[in-house]
Ligand binder design. Structure first.
Ligand code: S3P
Length: 187
């Protein structure tokens, strides 16, 4: 039966049935924020990188080293789709490169409310300075962070519902901002 709701109202109603997706560059704090967020919302938080590592019984750097980036991207897309297809809502913590595939961007838009965690590139450089766990940052780290950010910035922005600044802000403040947006979505 056709409802009396306008198309806009029907779309906005469905927003709260979507997954809460945390997206952004390496070093924006997605995993920390996602873990804490799960204490305030009745949905499980899934860190896709950790999930892949457990499933493969292999670390991300080791997957990159043994099989290469495109193999990892395939695992990443499969893992992402696996959770998006479930009717149970999740907090999905994505790896920074999830936006590289257009099919992932399409799925994100269709199935998620997207929080783009951002930080100035100098903040990212500072936070990632001592990191040895990101295969894409091997070698000249500063140059690589700048390049990856400039390649991806517009991709992130094209699918973000909310931009969340993380520079010089505590997890508590960031979480409060995300929850305030989330709770304002139509039920
Ligand atoms: C990547 C980010 C990493 C991880 C992999 C590739 C990327 O996740 O998925 O090293 O391409 O930006 P984080 O964003 O959690 O560091």
């Amino acid at each position: 039966m056709k409802s009396n709701l306008t198309e806009k109202e029907e779309n906005s109603m469905s927003a709260h049935k979507k997954h809460l997706i945390l997206m952004g560059m390496m070093g924006t704090g997605k995993s920390t924020i996602g873990r804490h967020l799960a204490q305030y919302l009745p949905y499980p938080a899934i860190d896709l990188d950790h999930w892949i590592e457990e499933k493969q019984n292999q670390s991300i750097p080791s997957i990159f080293e043994e099989f290469g980036e495109s193999y990892f991207r395939e695992l990443e897309s499969q893992a992402f789709k696996h959770f998006l297809e479930q009717s149970q809502q999740h907090i999905l913590i994505t790896g920074g490169g999830i936006v590289l595939r257009s099919e992932n961007r399409k799925w994100i838009k269709e199935n998620g409310v997207v929080f783009h965690l951002t930080a100035d590139v100098d903040t990212l450089i500072q936070r990632l300075e001592l990191d040895g766990n990101r295969p894409l940052l091997q070698g000249n780290k500063v140059e690589k962070i700048r390049r990856i950010w400039s390649e991806r910035k517009s991709l992130y922005e094209s699918i973000a519902d909310y931009q969340i600044q993380t520079d010089a802000r505590s997890p508590e403040v960031i979480i409060a901002e995300i929850l305030s947006h989330w709770h304002q979505l139509p039920v």
